[in-house]
Ligand binder design. Structure first.
Ligand code: IMP
Length: 426
């Protein structure tokens, strides 16, 4: 059992990128298993900012290979651009990066429809407009185009023709015009040629790696509360972001996973629409947004901010079978006098310990107030170095959700981390 899953335990943007970056040097292989270019991870390479949406950040560690699994949806132009940006910065990808031939392709009309729905229909949920929903719709409807299809022009053309026909009435209804099959075929055949050496049997590579007893890090995207089955439906993304999604998305069995680490911010954020019980639409919310630089790395949208929701986190512990939680951005709470944590919800007078399947917008958070701290946390390297109030904050999290806290991030840099351990050595 050599695989470890890293999964978002809230509504995405929990700081998975930083934790994956910290764990990647311990791994031989990093595998992205769900989502697409809706995710965004900001990296600094040789002093220059680089945002990766599809390629795992493990690519920066020369000894780590990267796989983008069959559970993802790929915008090939974005993928190619990321390869080029890495090459420009001296990071070699050839022979170290593979995308699954089974991963579905995000097509131009997926992005068009996603955007039109957001602006012109009453179906808007605040998506990233990256074509994620329509692409997964095609996958489930069994009419999608897969990465392997980009390598066969005739096959691609016939699939595209059929696919475009299905979307034509939808696009027309929304006032949009679809590109022709010829145009898309020409563009995507070229992308296929450019990416040929990167497309292959990714799942076989992951399994072979596991068989050789290599350490495999499975990297989730988005978060538990955005998961299509376990999240705040319909305000969710269209894939299984949870740890369980790692098996289907990477092509391995559950018996290979030894540990699931959930990443949770010390407070809560959400981008896009949908219920958010602990949201703070006041000065404190703005303070968290400013201190935590809470603006989307894919869309630049300001993130909605609020207190830590332990009901949502308890749910994440349960549905992911979390072995431990990594708490990020604890430093952002420094100098907040009194910190609130939501320990339960009140729904029409009934106390709930877990989110209801529906009517989340109607719950009232039940808060407990904890003492804050003023000390700078950036030099803390273990839990014992933290001020007593910050230690108490972590202890209350553990008590409420029934899962231990491992890594604690106390600042944006790699070094600003307490209790980092090799996740494969437990
Ligand atoms: P989609 O994934 O673009 O279809 O968007 C569906 C919902 O998921 C919207 O509320 C988005 O804001 C949210 N979402 C998608 N990807 C991310 C992410 O990486 N971080 C945070 N929210 C996301």
């Amino acid at each position: 059992m050599s695989a470890v899953v890293v999964v978002g335990a809230q509504w995405g943007d929990e700081g998975k990128g930083k934790v994956v970056d910290l764990y990647a040097p311990f791994a031989e292989l990093v595998v992205r298993y769900a989502g697409g270019a809706n995710a965004g991870h900001t990296l600094v390479v040789k002093g220059e900012k680089l945002i990766l949406h599809l390629i795992p950040s493990g690519i920066l560690h020369q000894k780590t290979n990267c796989v983008v699994g069959q559970g993802t949806v790929i915008d090939p132009a974005v993928f190619l651009k990321e390869i080029e940006a890495l090459t420009e910065r001296g990071v070699a990808t050839e022979g170290r990066l593979l995308v699954s031939q089974r991963a579905h392709v995000v097509l131009p009309h997926h992005k068009l429809i996603d955007g039109l729905r957001e602006t012109k229909s009453n179906e808007a949920i605040g998506t990233t407009k990256r074509g994620i929903g329509p692409c997964y719709e095609d996958k489930v409807a069994r009419r999608g185009v897969r990465m392997g299809d980009l390598l066969d022009a005739a096959r691609l053309r016939s699939k595209l023709e059929a696919n475009l026909e299905c979307w034509r009435p939808v696009a027309e209804d929304l006032g949009g015009t679809l590109p022709s099959a010829d145009e898309v075929t020409a563009q995507y055949v070229d992308l296929g040629k450019a990416l040929r050496s990167y497309i292959g049997d990714a799942a076989a590579v992951v399994r072979a790696s596991i068989q050789r007893d290599q350490r495999v890090l499975l990297e989730g995207a988005q978060g538990t509360m955005l998961d299509i089955d376990n999240g705040t439906y319909p305000f969710v993304t269209s894939s299984n972001a949870v740890a369980g999604g790692a098996c289907a998305g990477a092509g391995i069995g559950p018996t290979h996973i030894r540990l699931a680490v959930g990443i949770a911010k010390a407070y809560t954020t959400r981008v896009g629409g949908g219920p958010f019980p602990t949201e703070l639409e006041d000065e404190t919310g703005q303070r968290l947004r400013d201190a935590g630089a809470e603006y989307g790395s894919t869309t630049g949208r300001p993130r909605r901010c609020g207190w830590l929701d332990l009901v949502a986190l308890r749910h994440a512990v349960a549905v992911n079978g979390l072995s431990e939680i990594a708490v990020t951005k604890l430093d952002v709470l420094t100098a907040v006098d009194e910190i609130k944590i939501c320990v339960a919800y009140d729904l029409d007078g009934e106390r709930l310990d877990y989110p209801p399947y529906d009517r989340l917008e109607a719950v009232q958070p039940i808060y407990e107030t904890l003492e804050g701290w003023d000390e700078d946390l950036s030099d803390c390297r273990s839990r014992g170095d933290l001020p007593a109030a910050a230690q108490e904050y972590l202890t209350r999290i553990e008590q409420e959700v029934g899962c231990r806290v491992g890594v604690v991030s106390v600042g944006p840099d790699r070094e600003d981390t307490a209790d980092l351990r090799d996740p494969f050595e437990r």
